[in-house]
Design a protein around this ligand. Structure first.
Ligand code: NDP
Length: 325
């Protein structure tokens, strides 16, 4: 079996030499353990944070050890009655072609009729992030005007569609004409190409009466634009700030003081807080499974995993970024 390790902590934007592909010793299974051949690996922006040696809500990746991440695989050997060869499972031992561990570290896929890899995207962690961030953190409701950044990504494209399904007006932002077109096809009422001009101006034109909710995936100019156009009582779900993950650059927020007059509430959140409510998420999402659109950008082969990861920061994906083994 082979696995990607972190060879060095990236200084700024990760480069190929920060990663090393190593061969793992083959280990015999102990009682209660299973062996899984990975079929799909997830690469996600939050992994960049785990590459820094800083205290956070998840521990940093250790130098020289296999990295972790979401994955879908097939059980190929089992010494536990709960799982048998052929079972498809989801787990966190990604960045490798084969995963071995206690059966409890692997869970069978929910009984929803979508392709297995959807449980790494819209029906998995990114989907839950969009769903709960919008509905529970921002308390978005029918009639609200919602602005969501990185709207052509895994989380953002789910936010757009959940918001439309629940009766909201939606403005998305994404980089480039093709992504703008795709976000529009998801039902967004207006879409901003943030690469074509200042977000603050485009948002003012798209939402002349202001926004009730901002779902932040980007930070920086997008957050500032949302502050500039927040209505009284607006709620901001601070999900991610991908614009600053590679460089701890200072963010200048010209419109920060609007928080006060407009009584804006900003709330950061981590999706794991909502994992106990997974069955509620699956129930609601299963009802929409036939109408929700999903896009994937797939890189082939374990060798491609670092490139797939790095391309998240240059907009190389539409929908969920995946590695297929
Ligand atoms: P995406 O599928 O959205 O991929 C990242 C996208 O971000 C890219 O495709 C790119 O799209 C956009 N992007 C990259 N760099 C910039 C930049 N400098 N400025 C503006 N846009 C940029 O990833 P996810 O859906 O997995 O994640 C989206 C956000 O949600 C991230 O910030 C992530 O950290 C966060 N997140 C938070 C969680 C939580 O628990 N709080 C859980 C999961 C995700 P484009 O071409 O449009 O620029």
């Amino acid at each position: 079996a082979r696995a990607w390790t972190l060879a060095s902590r990236p200084a700024g934007t990760p480069v190929a030499k920060d990663f090393a592909l190593v061969t793992l010793d083959s280990v015999a299974l102990g009682d209660g353990e299973v062996r899984v051949a990975n079929r799909w690996l997830s690469v996600d922006p939050y992994m960049r944070g785990r590459m820094n040696d800083v205290k956070s809500y998840v521990p940093p990746f250790a130098i020289g050890a296999p990295m972790e991440g979401g994955a879908i695989g097939e059980v190929i050997e089992s010494r536990d009655p709960a799982l048998k060869p052929g079972d498809l499972v989801q787990h966190m031992l990604g960045w490798r072609d084969e995963a071995t561990g206690p059966a409890g570290a692997f869970s069978k896929l929910p009984a929803i009729d979508v392709p297995p890899q959807a449980f790494l995207g819209q029906f998995g962690m990114p989907g839950m992030t969009g769903y709960w961030g919008l509905l529970a953190v921002a308390e978005a409701k029918a009639g609200d005007t919602v602005f969501v950044s990185a709207a052509a990504g895994a989380v953002g494209s789910t936010v757009v569609q959940i918001a439309k399904a629940k009766g909201m007006t939606v403005i998305g932002s994404a980089g480039g004409a093709a992504k703008v077109e795709w976000v529009r096809s998801l039902g967004a009422d207006a879409v901003i190409d943030y690469k074509a001009g200042p977000v603050v101006k485009a948002l003012g034109e798209a939402a002349p009466k202001g926004i009730d909710v901002y779902f932040d995936n980007v930070g920086s100019d997008h957050l500032d634009a949302a502050l500039a156009h927040a209505r009284v009582g607006a709620r901001f779900a601070i999900c991610g700030m991908i614009d600053v993950y590679n460089d701890a650059k200072p963010t200048e927020l010209k419109y920060l003081a609007r928080l006060i007059g407009n009584r804006v509430r900003m709330q950061g959140f981590i999706v794991t807080d909502f994992f106990p409510r997974a069955s509620e998420f699956y129930r609601d999402m299963a009802g929409m499974a036939n109408t929700l659109k999903r896009e994937e950008t797939v890189h082939d082969g374990l060798e491609a995993a670092p490139a797939a990861f790095m391309a998240l920061f240059t907009g190389g994906n539409t929908g969920k970024m995946l590695v297929k083994l």
